[in-house]
Design a protein around this ligand. Structure first.
Ligand SMILES: *Cc1c(COP(=O)(O)O)cnc(C)c1O
Length: 463
């Protein structure tokens, strides 16, 4: 026993010192790449691990200086590797919240590149040579597209709804249908956001049916607004009824209160030509009489994360002036990408230029051609792959239960779970879905520039 302990002390003494490691030629490279403090930290870390392993008997000989320095290098590279990096979305879910929602258009990307590394006109008016306002940049575009009198961009739609309710309804009553007290996902619950704003929730009607007279009866001197929340990810079907937005707008106007609408998806185009169920379109809902409408920038709008408020000028002005607006304001990267995305709608090129819309509008024939090409290439490499019929989804909490017909590449030669797990770790990672022990890949959501990289990952994993 004593003998063993002495042996171990001898072994520990054979480990190189940190100073010795620092002098080694290979360490100079680490010092250049990572700087002295991090390199020291990593070398000490590797020495500590070696000490523990020697004491516990996991290793019997101390590692060489070369070995320790090599391990320190690997440790530093791993430690500093980004955790946020690109993946190939082969799931067929177009607006995949976990995978970052909408991919940006080329023009949106160029706009960010243009503004990010320099100073800009974010809050500067070069004509006047004085301070300008960051709210002007996207507002012109939004007014033009939606027909609204005014607009404001904030950090996300949850923030937009919170601002709308806080600025316009705090300590007053807001009437909402019980059928709309939903949870959208990612923790956005309509009743919780209303409570957070300090507005008093007045629930009317029932889960499946709410009538105009229910709203009418609830209006009092305390009423600040009628609120409508689009239950994006949720449908009540069967014996259901809700008054139309136009009917509610008329009621609100007759009582001199605003109609506030959380539209959610930011659809600026109609989805029905692609075989999807109707999703409310922002312009139509404003025309129907919504006084303020709130929606996301990175769902069906197809732009960066943002919350957008459009509507009556006097109300939007109140929102702009509220202190909360400052806390949730949009940054220059968001505003540049958003204006570039909006310009696609103005120029009538949204279906061609905005990735989300290109995916929605993509012809089945085109998807089939791509799926067939990939399946053929995979078979040439001995991988069992076929093309089967399937469905893509819009996702992002919009259009539940409505799908787009697609063609899928089905990989069947091995345990699907195991192939899928390895593909998720490939470079680039490929995220597919599993059904009946087959790995399914949907070309609809794979971006054109990612096709080749995906094939490389597949061949590397499967052969
Ligand atoms: C998605 C959604 C939200 C939340 O929007 P974020 O941009 O994710 O903050 C709120 N309301 C509705 C109706 C939605 O669909």
């Amino acid at each position: 026993m004593l003998q063993g302990k002495q042996d171990k002390q001898t072994l520990l003494r054979q480990l190189p010192s940190v100073d010795n490691l620092l002098q080694q030629p290979q360490t100079q490279e680490l010092l250049v790449d990572f700087g002295r403090p991090l390199t020291l930290e990593a070398l000490r870390h590797m020495l500590e691990i070696s000490r523990e392993e020697l004491l516990s008997g996991v290793i019997e000989q101390p590692p060489s200086a070369q070995q320790l320095i090599g391990d320190a290098g690997v440790h530093l590279v791993t430690m500093l590797a980004p955790t946020l990096y690109p993946v190939v979305n082969a799931t067929g879910v177009i607006i995949h919240t976990n995978l970052g929602r909408a991919p940006l258009s080329q023009a949106a990307l160029a706009a960010i590149n243009n503004v990010a590394p320099t100073y800009s006109t974010l809050e500067y008016d070069p004509g006047a040579g004085e301070r300008g306002s960051r709210t002007v940049h996207a507002e012109q575009y939004l007014k033009r597209i939606t027909g609204a009198e005014a607009a404001l961009v904030v950090n996300n739609n949850a923030a937009a709804v919170l601002l709308m309710l806080t600025a316009l309804c705090r300590d007053q009553e807001v009437i909402i249908s019980r059928g709309q007290l939903v949870e959208i996902g990612g923790g956005f619950r309509v009743p919780d956001v209303m409570a957070q704003s300090g507005a008093k929730l007045v629930e009317v009607g029932t889960t499946n049916r709410t009538h105009l007279r229910d709203y009418e009866k609830a209006i009092s001197a305390e009423t600040a607004a009628i609120m409508v929340a689009h239950p994006s990810n949720y449908r009540v079907i069967g014996f259901t009824s809700e008054p139309s937005l136009a009917e509610l707008a008329e009621l609100a106007e007759a009582n001199s209160i605003p109609l506030l609408y959380d539209q959610g998806s930011g659809a600026l185009l109609d989805v029905t030509p692609y075989g999807l169920q109707a999703e409310p379109v922002v312009q139509d809902e404003l025309a129907a009489g919504a006084d303020v409408i709130a929606f996301s920038g990175d769902k069906l709008l197809g732009g960066p994360q943002a919350g957008i408020l459009c509507g009556r000028e006097d109300l939007i002005d109140q929102l702009k002036q509220h202190p909360l607006a400052r806390a949730i304001r949009a940054d220059k990267l968001c505003l540049s990408a958003l204006t570039a995305t909006l310009s696609h709608y103005i120029k009538g090129e949204a279906l061609r230029e905005i990735p989300v819309w290109r995916m929605i509008a993509r012809a089945l024939q085109d998807i089939n051609t791509e799926a067939t090409t990939w399946a053929t290439r995979l078979r040439e490499h001995g991988i069992e792959a076929t093309v089967i019929d399937g469905f893509s989804r819009v996702g992002g909490g919009s259009l539940p239960g409505t799908t787009l017909p697609t063609k899928l590449v089905a990989i069947t030669n091995e345990n699907a779970e195991s192939v899928a797990a390895r593909l998720r770790q490939a470079s680039p990672p490929v995220i597919g879905r599993i059904q009946e022990d087959r790995l399914l890949l949907d070309p609809r959501t794979i971006l054109p520039h990612q096709g080749d990289a995906m094939m490389r990952s597949l061949l590397e994993i499967c052969t």
